[in-house]
Design a protein around this ligand. Structure first.
Ligand SMILES: C[S@@+](CC[C@H](N)C(=O)[O-])C[C@H]1O[C@@H](n2cnc3c(N)ncnc32)[C@H](O)[C@@H]1O
Length: 231
């Protein structure tokens, strides 16, 4: 894969897609890589201070894909730590490798399911949660596979610090409706002004890989930000 390679297809469910199977954690070869976290090494409770070796604020990206967001954001905010959780193991590994090539040390990427991972994150540990272009699962009968559920938002609410931010971007109008409707169930989240986007100056100057693809195709993009109200 290259940085401008947008052939990544999500929702692939074939036997070789590298999706982490929590029931078969030995079904892959363990990797040793400074930015890549093997799921079994985090134990039952995530300790970000131990993982990053410092107590800088942690931003979480759910579904980090090829990690363009993580590499750009980590460069922009060196005093923050960035944790990507990506269900497809090979994307998680390649993402970690790309970021490492830039010499960034404030990024870690772990393969795994976001919902299972969130259960291991202690309360008030995340300053910003990012969810960019979540898989839409177009068919109605597949909607239950969407990552954005009541349980997911409830865990995000728990792990965010007071005044933490939750940012969501999608190109799917129907998914955006789903997000806004579900968020009305959570009065602890206050809607903020729409996050701004800028005109990209080069090929890597996009929020994420999918954003580049969709903007180049001229698709509408829906962005929303929420503030986690103080407890
Ligand atoms: C459409 S892609 C977007 C990738 C990236 N955010 C971007 O905008 O370029 C959605 C990503 O979410 C990942 N994903 C889907 N369900 C997930 C889950 N439950 N936990 C973690 N990652 C997930 C997919 O493997 C895929 O890489």
């Amino acid at each position: 894969m290259t940085d401008s390679d947008d052939t990544m297809v999500s929702h692939n469910t074939g036997p070789d897609d590298g999706i982490v199977n929590p029931d078969n954690p030995v079904g892959y070869q363990r990797k040793t890589h400074p930015l890549f976290i093997e799921p079994e090494t985090i134990g039952t409770t995530v300790d970000f201070q131990a993982i990053f070796g410092n107590d800088h604020p942690v931003e979480l990206e759910v579904g980090s894909g090829k990690a363009l967001f993580l590499r750009n954001a980590a460069k922009e905010r060196p005093d923050h730590n960035f944790y990507g959780i990506e269900i497809v193991r090979k994307y998680a590994f390649h993402g970690a490798d790309r970021v490492k090539n830039l010499g960034l040390t404030n990024v870690k990427i772990m393969p795994g399911d976001a919902l299972s991972f969130l259960k291991k994150v202690p309360d008030r540990n995340i300053v910003t949660a990012h969810l960019y272009y979540p898989d839409p699962w177009w068919k109605r009968k597949h909607h239950k596979r969407r990552v954005f559920t009541t349980e997911f938002v409830s865990d995000i609410r728990r792990v965010l610090v007071d005044n933490g931010q939750f940012l969501i971007v999608t190109d799917v109008a129907d998914y955006f409706e789903h997000v806004q409707l579900l968020m009305t169930e959570f009065p602890e989240f206050q809607r903020q002004p729409e996050p701004e986007s800028h005109e990209p100056e080069h090929d890597l100057d996009y929020l994420t890989n999918f954003e580049r693809k969709f903007r180049q195709e001229g698709r509408p993009i829906y962005r929303v930000a929420y503030l986690r109200q103080p407890r």
